[in-house]
Design a protein around this ligand. Sequence first.
Ligand code: BJW
Length: 250
Amino acid sequence: MSDELIRRLADADHVAVLTGAGVSAESGVPTFRDEDGLWDRFSPQELAHVDAFLENPDLVQGWYAHRRKVVTETEPNPAHRALADLETLAPNFLLITQNVDDLHQQAGNDNVVELHGNIRRSYCIDCGREASEEDLAPTREGKVAKCPDCDGLLRPDVVWFGERLPEGAMEKAQQAAAAADVFLSVGTSAVVYPAAGLPVAAAEHGAYTAEVNTGRSAVADDLDEVLLGKAGEVLPPLVESAREEADART
Ligand code: BJW
């Protein structure tokens, strides 16, 4: 990491961070597009689209039941904890996540925007009633889970391709990107829009931009710095150095 990034983070009034699946990889949550990623075995069109859900509700509900189980058995890792620490360093901070696993909140981040929903919640596609664990029990046996009130299909409260993001979420993320002195993009391939547009938007508004990733993302060439490595190894010393630099100035 460069002294420039440490200095910028220590000085920053506004910091925004975009995260993707890579930030949870070290917690044991599979990514989407890496080898061994979720879509190595399943096609996205098959699973992350409402048409696929309507055609194969048992398959899609079963996939989400499996992922919910994985997520409830995992814990935040050093990358999540470093980002929670960064929130306490920056006067204005927003954590913008594409992840649906809740791990940033569990690590202690308070200012979080979930662009793609949260896998822990489910609802009825007909009447909107929130589903309980009990309502979803059939999915664990390969059966279709339906609403106890109206018999509608139950779906996860996540954003599939072609669906609108949660109301206000993208607006809040765009405002934070535009205001950011430093914008970090962590563990995302930056291929899914509109989230993938945020690092470049931040750069266009004058932010110092950096990504932390085990490989170069689709937007790496447009950023000021690329920190190659695992988020759980790169972020803790970065945030600690920024804190030391900030402390040295007071
Ligand atoms: C590590 C690491 C370690 C590994 N440390 N790094 C503009 C241009 C083109 C297309 C579009 C466009 N605007 C919209 C679209 C269409 C579409 C889209 O983007 N398509 C592209 C794929 C072509 N977008 C949409 O449809 C969005 N909706 C929309 O735009 O609506 C408009 C609308 C308006 C009005 C009415 C109606 C609609 C919705 C997108 C929803 C995405 N949903 C998913 C599924 C969520 C639910 C679930 O979890 O099942 O979100 S898809 C999937 O991809 C998931 C992720 O959040 C998202 C991003 O993936 P992510 O996080 O980047 O993961 P990976 O696996 O790709 O990358 C991991 C990275 O980590 C890699 O780079 C590794 O190297 C790295 N890594 N270990 C650090 N230890």
